[in-house]
Design a protein. Structure first.
Length: 255
């Protein structure tokens, strides 16, 4: 019986953690301010992770918190929230990671991480309720993660999603490959910023643009990049320079 109760408690803890949105703020200095862009329909409780009292919010808008001491802090959000994000909300650069999107009923990540220039990590899955990713990572210049595991089947808008961001070619390739295998919404506009894809991913990209009518803005394929300038020396020149014309017998002093 005791083991059963422990198992139930463990499962409730796990499910409770999954239900929370968790945001990581590392390197916070004393008196630093963070801002949560809580919008849409809001009915949440926020734990700021510093031992101070939790706050309940039911009104949409930017919510600030000042940390009295330096440290690394995990902020958790529970309850219900339909939009996380706002254009040009302050202090986004303090955010370093999102470890869980939770189960808040979020439908929109409109400008969720706008200018979050130190964000490097997000969860490997996204709530199936999300339909709007407009400018989600706009200006998140440190972000470079493969989010191909996200099920974006319900998403209708990815405009300006990665403006001023460059994903590595392997990560962008993985995203194109994975999303091309999903059943997607038609006519989605997707901005991949300056990211470039390998020519072998052209077929995957074509599925998005041709089969589903997506409009994609990116840095083009690697083949479209500026060709390298050849070295001035040619193979013939190098061969001539290395040609053996005579041999000299070694002497005792060569040792």
């Amino acid at each position: 019986m005791k083991k059963l109760l422990l198992t139930v408690a463990f499962l409730l803890t796990i499910f409770g953690l999954q239900a929370q949105m968790q945001l990581q703020y590392d390197g916070i200095l004393a008196s630093d301010v963070i801002t949560l862009p809580l919008n849409g329909t809001v009915n949440v409780t926020v734990d700021w992770g510093d031992g101070t009292a939790t706050h309940d919010f039911t009104t949409a808008g930017n919510q600030n918190h000042i940390y009295p001491t330096a440290g690394n802090y995990t902020v958790t959000i529970t309850g219900s929230l339909t939009q996380f994000g706002a254009s040009n909300y302050p202090n986004a650069d303090k955010l370093t990671a999102v470890t869980s999107f939770g189960d808040l009923g979020i439908t929109s990540f409109y400008y969720a991480f706008h200018h979050a220039s130190n964000l490097t990590q997000v969860p490997t899955s996204i709530p199936g309720t999300v339909t709007n990713m407009f400018a989600m990572f706009y200006g998140a210049t440190s972000f470079n993660q493969d989010i191909g595991s996200w099920n974006v089947s319900a998403v209708t808008d990815m405009s300006n999603m990665f403006v001023s961001v460059t994903l590595s070619t392997p990560n962008y390739d993985a995203i194109l490959n994975a999303w091309s295998q999903l059943t997607l919404q038609n006519g989605v506009t997707f901005s991949a910023g300056n990211s470039q894809y390998s020519t072998c991913m052209q077929a995957a990209r074509d599925i998005l643009t041709n089969t589903y009518g997506w409009s994609i803005t990116d840095g083009g394929s690697i083949a479209d990049a500026v060709a390298p300038v050849p070295d001035a020396a040619t193979l013939t020149d190098v061969t001539a320079e290395c040609e053996v014309t005579s041999l000299t017998a070694p002497t005792a002093t060569d040792n």
